[in-house]
Design a protein around this ligand. Sequence first.
Ligand code: SF4
Length: 407
Amino acid sequence: MTNPISPQKAQRNIGEKETPCSSVSSNAASGSKPLPDWLDPKPWLNLQFTAADVERALGAESPDEKTLSALLSPAAADFLEPMALRARAITRRHFGRTISLYTPLYLSNFCNGGCLYCGIAGDRRAKRAVLDEAQLRHEMEAIKSMHLEELVLLTGERMPEADLPYLRDCVAIAAEYIHNVNIEVFPMAEDEYRELAEAGCTGVTLYQETYDQIVYEKMHRWGDKRDFFARLNAPNRALRGGLRSVGIGALLGLADPRFDLLCTYRHAKYLLKNYWQAGVSISFPRIQPQLGGFRADHPVDEKMMAQYIFALRICLPEVPLVLSTREPQHVRDGMAGLGISKMSVASKTTVGGYSDDAEESTEQFEISDERTVLAFCEMLRSKGLEPVFKNWDSTYREPAKYVKSEI
Ligand code: SF4
């Protein structure tokens, strides 16, 4: 595996001046730029809805943004059952009775980021670790023994210990074992994403965390991640770089969830319109206990979480919706097939967690559902659902070429 590169290169500019839309003022300060028109949910955010409006939204033949706003509103909280029934019917129509499985693998928890909500931020006393080649192969063998064929490789922010050359080598090694290798790492430049696509990477997960710029600035105290628009544009760069799928989402609890979910919807629609051949999925991460003791300003309870998942499923019928092991067992069991079509399983959030190299103090957040692959699949089958281990073949592994779009 390549040796760590110099810290200077680790701070590569990935397009901080990039703006996602011509309507954004070019001379405004980074934190105060207005949201681009394609993302701004204001027309729908301020509407008030009654129970009758929610009933109408539930009956909509072609659910749109107004439908979503109604289903995310407080008035829809009393309609969980009909929402669940409609969400389940739509999920069955588009995904059958299947649940795709994947697992995350933490390569490194070195990070100098200042994210207030993270257990491995630069100012936390977390034990730091990075996998070397032998340890990575050990982890891959452990994951392979569980028959999983989809993987997400994770790091913190761009650091000398885990920069592009390291990541490229890790992708190539992981691709020897697993068909579908994805990344959840720092935002990169288009040519860097292309390098990873050529090494065998198929997709990227990159949560905006929150689309509320004021909250975003407060949460990201220092570091590259403070650049809201560089992060917002990263999925575009990843797809232009040849990756085949992007996963987006907001970290529920940071800001007004209705605002963040309307933005998430708009972001997904924008990507689907401009990269119609790409796969776009949405995850529902929620603030969990971690080192540092951060508490959510806008807590999202389990009922709210269910309402939001149903609403997104009804309004984005074909988009895979993802739920991780951050959520407790009963929430995951309840949501499987009821809107959610993809789930992580047997996850470890420690570096080296799948093999004997685990260090408990390196974890980013606590896992709530610790079931084995076998136990989780038994639960799915007991509900009439079929776990899917493989939905991609490495035969097709080469950078994607998208029809050019003007964005
Ligand atoms: S959320 Fe990511 S970038 Fe932020 S401190 Fe944690 S690991 Fe670093």
